[in-house]
Design a binder for this molecule. Structure first.
Ligand SMILES: *Cc1c(COP(=O)(O)O)cnc(C)c1O
Ligand SMILES: [Zn+2]
Length: 396
């Protein structure tokens, strides 16, 4: 039996298809490519019963991942992060069930480990030995460390304001690191120019098709952990939006496989920071694509993305699920980070805190109802961002 049932790549914009064995970045039309599978065949092996016997990491879903041969799997044990039942907070709010999926427990301290585990493994399978990417920090850290494990060279360009710990992670992994003034969009332009000249594979967000497949496993896990049901609402801190697109893709695939009911999808919510909210603006204006957000700024650095290549896919998932998009101010994000820690013992990252604030606001406004089950994605661990916690002076 095959390890993977990957069938081909397709363009969600112009419908052109490509071989999944080809070394390819984006569609000729410029849009990101998505991976498709032979679901009919996959169904025979990918069953609820078979899954129960497998290890608690994301490779348990290998039939719906793009790596064809198990020898190419590069792993640090990533996946199956816990879903924390936040009873104290839910009771305080008056909400039935508030669940936080804690991605801070993954290797490298953020959910970027999922995208890089699958992306690096597939790059290895395709024979790549040097990759390059712009990053807001966590992606660079994860891809550097997984590339090191795969014996690959990595070239990383990071804005100078990115969280300092991620710089150290990239450095310690032996990557070629460059720090620049400006934003991830500036770093992206540099990579786009330099990579083809130097023969590096450009693994920028959605410029290669496989990172999203790793992130999609969040959606597969949520369904499996909720005993093959879906929650009413899923909130996601949206930068490039890959995680949101991935979760939506995963749940659609499980519907095709007959593993979850076809008549219910969670309402997908994109949460952004007020200082960088291109998706929220597009949603409020009823648009299907976003515009570049000028002078973006937020302490939730992972979601400081002024223009996402996959914005049309994020907005499509929101519209199709009757979801919404909402922006939160930095001051509340940081105050709520402390509130979650005090109530639940969970030290979430600012991006995760933004999602929690969004839950409270949407509940207050009546958009989330009392009897609903809500899943918040905490994308990283709080201890990666010590500079976001204001510490008063302690006199001894
Ligand atoms: C990258 C990142 C995000 C945004 O992820 P996308 O899937 O690109 O939208 C959110 N939170 C953290 C901690 C991140 O590192
Ligand atoms: Zn296309």
């Amino acid at each position: 039996m095959s390890y993977s049932f990957v069938s081909h790549l397709y363009c969600p914009k112009c419908a052109k298809t490509y071989s999944s064995d080809a070394l390819i970045n984006t569609c000729t039309c410029g849009a990101p490519l998505l991976v498709d599978y032979d679901f009919e065949s996959a169904k025979r092996m990918f069953t609820k019963e078979n899954l129960q016997t497998r290890k608690p990491n994301l490779w348990r879903y290998h039939e719906l991942l793009p790596i064809k041969s198990v020898e190419h799997v590069i792993t640090l044990g990533e996946g199956m992060t816990p879903i924390i039942d936040c009873k104290t907070t839910a009771a305080k709010m008056g909400l039935k069930r508030l669940l936080i999926k804690d991605e801070g427990q993954l290797p490298t301290g953020s959910f970027k480990a999922r995208g890089s585990a699958v992306g690096v493994s597939k790059a290895k399978e395709l024979g790549i030995d040097e990759l390059a990417m712009p990053t807001n920090g966590n992606a660079g850290a994860a891809w550097s460390l997984y590339a090191a494990r795969a014996g690959m060279k990595s070239h990383i360009i990071m804005p100078k304001d990115a969280p300092s710990i991620t710089r150290q992670e990239v450095y310690i992994a032996g990557s070629d690191l460059r720090i620049i003034p400006g934003l991830i969009s500036d770093a992206g332009k540099m990579i786009a120019e330099e990579a083809p000249l130097k023969g590096w594979f450009n693994v920028s967000t959605l410029k290669e098709p496989y990172r999203i497949e790793g992130k999609k496993t969040m959606g597969l896990e949520i369904a499996e952990q909720l005993n093959w049901t879906v929650p009413d609402v899923i909130l996601y801190p949206t930068g490039g939006g890959v995680g949101l697109i991935g979760i939506y893709k995963a749940l659609k695939e499980l519907q095709k496989m007959g593993m979850i009911a076809e008549d219910k999808m969670p309402r997908m919510v994109a949460v952004q920071a007020e200082g960088c909210a291109p998706i929220v603006k597009a949603f409020n204006e009823g648009k299907t694509e976003s515009e570049f957000w000028n002078n973006s700024v937020t302490s939730a650095f992972g979601i400081n993305v002024p223009k996402a290549l996959g914005d049309f896919l994020v907005l499509d998932a929101i519209y199709k699920t009757n979801g919404c998009a909402i922006a939160i101010d930095d001051e509340t994000i940081l105050a709520d980070q402390k509130e979650i820690a005090e109530h639940e013992g969970l030290f979430v990252c600012p991006e995760g805190s933004a999602v929690y604030t969004a839950t409270k606001r949407l509940f207050k406004s009546g958009w989330i109802k009392e009897d609903e089950t809500v899943v918040c994605i905490n994308t990283g661990m709080g201890i990666k961002y010590p500079e976001t916690v204001y510490l008063p002076e302690f006199e001894g």
